[in-house]
Design a protein around this ligand. Structure first.
Ligand SMILES: [Zn+2]
Length: 98
């Protein structure tokens, strides 16, 4: 996965061609990739899962209550949502810069 799609990635405020990796603590380029990368989707889904205690897998059409189940579906690339709480999802934004 590319750095730009990773939740550790922070876009540089001035230079679009570079950013900062909170995991590595150093500058990276958007097209870089690394095996520690965590998808922003995964991070947001986990955050919501912790808040609400469940998630709905669109692919499987089932509600997940177990954290290990959640990880399994995420790793399979399934789309997870708390679709009955769309307002909360829509207002969520990544934390700002320093
Ligand atoms: Zn699934």
């Amino acid at each position: 996965m590319k750095c730009i799609n990773c939740s550790y990635y922070r876009q540089h405020p001035i230079y679009e061609f570079m950013g900062y990796c909170e995991k590595k603590g150093s500058a990276v380029f958007p097209e870089d990739s690394c095996r520690d990368a965590i998808s922003t989707v995964k991070e947001e889904t986990e955050k919501l899962f912790e808040n609400y205690g469940w998630a709905y897998c669109i692919e499987c059409g089932s509600v997940l209550f177990d954290r290990s189940e959640l990880d399994k579906h995420i790793s399979l690339g399934h789309s997870l949502t708390q679709k009955f709480l769309e307002d909360e999802v829509a207002t969520y934004e990544s934390p700002g810069g320093d």
